[in-house]
Design a binder for this molecule. Structure first.
Ligand SMILES: C[S@@+](CC[C@H](N)C(=O)[O-])C[C@H]1O[C@@H](n2cnc3c(N)ncnc32)[C@H](O)[C@@H]1O
Length: 281
């Protein structure tokens, strides 16, 4: 039997993880190496490799192409849900949006970017939330951009089709009835809500949208997968892309920024809302 030597196995995994970090920023410590085997195993089988090791050897010795991207995508964590983290929406309702609405009364425009939207629940929750909680924004121009590096996740997001279990994780029966239609298999988001959102593939460690002055950037539960230097590069771009006046970055509820002085915590909100450091400070 063709037994793989442990050091050859370790090298293959280490080289693959270096590629993963280089191309999409994900950084796996030694304690997470086992995820390479468990996550790539179905893909290795499907692509006709005898085992994950052979797949890794192929990836590590060839030019980055479709198979690499499929593997990178498979290594991402896409966990999400409708109205994830009630405190976030509560703070948005009580503090962040009222302040933004006051500042933008003149132009009546808001620009929101959900920067790692996964399968779409975050962006749809936001659109539902604005519809329900801020009816006065109906006459405003609201831009919601929803992006992710994963094609597969974006396809789900764009279709807006979910199983009932997905909807029940976060939405009330009244919201399901109002904002979804029952299709032959799944539930589908109402077309007018889907049309309110632009979907686009964006890798946070590559080129960003040319536009800037975002009023809200949601970058929740993604920076945790990057190492500090990648995180700082992304945050540097965030600090330039946020609107100088009240623009707010939102992280996941267990995330905080340390040692990044260009972004400061919003005073009244708990840890994970940040804005640009003012020029005078
Ligand atoms: C855990 S989900 C977070 C989804 C949502 N923001 C939330 O908090 O519920 C992380 C998402 O980040 C995406 N992601 C990982 N690396 C990325 C990168 N370099 N650029 C853009 N998105 C990335 C993954 O594809 C995945 O959909």
């Amino acid at each position: 039997m063709n037994r793989i030597k442990p050091d050859s196995q370790l090298k293959a995994v280490t080289d693959f993880l270096a590629q993963l970090r280089k191309h999409i920023g994900l950084s796996f410590g030694a304690e997470k190496r086992y995820l390479v085997e468990s996550r790539l195993s179905p893909l290795a089988q499907k692509a006709g490799f005898t085992n994950v090791h052979d797949l890794l050897i192929q990836l590590n010795t060839s030019v980055v192409g479709e198979l690499h991207w499929q593997c990178f995508e498979t290594m991402t964590t896409q966990e999400t849900q409708f109205f994830r983290d009630g405190f976030f929406f509560e703070t948005l309702r009580k503090e962040i949006l009222p302040a933004l609405i006051q500042k933008r009364q003149g132009e009546k425009k808001l620009k929101i970017w959900s920067a790692a939207v996964s399968t779409g629940q975050e962006a749809y929750s936001l659109a539902i939330f604005l519809e329900e909680q801020f009816p006065e924004l109906k006459s405003w121009k609201i831009q919601i951009l929803a992006t992710d590096v994963s094609d597969k996740a974006l396809q789900v997001a764009q279709r807006g089709e979910y199983e009932i279990q997905d909807l029940e994780r976060g939405l009330s029966p009244a919201q399901i009835t109002r904002f979804f239609t029952k299709g032959p298999v799944d539930f589908q988001i109402a077309p007018w809500l889907r049309e309110a959102i632009q979907f686009q593939k964006i890798n946070l460690i590559s080129a960003w949208p040319a536009e800037s002055s975002w009023d809200l950037i949601l970058m929740r539960n993604v920076l945790i997968y990057f190492d500090q230097s990648t995180k700082n590069k992304v945050l540097e771009k965030v600090s330039q892309a946020l609107a100088a006046d009240e623009g707010t970055l939102v992280l996941g509820s267990s995330e905080t920024l340390i040692d990044f002085p260009k972004l400061v915590r919003r005073s009244a909100a708990r840890g994970f809302f940040y804005q640009r450091q003012s020029v005078e400070a």
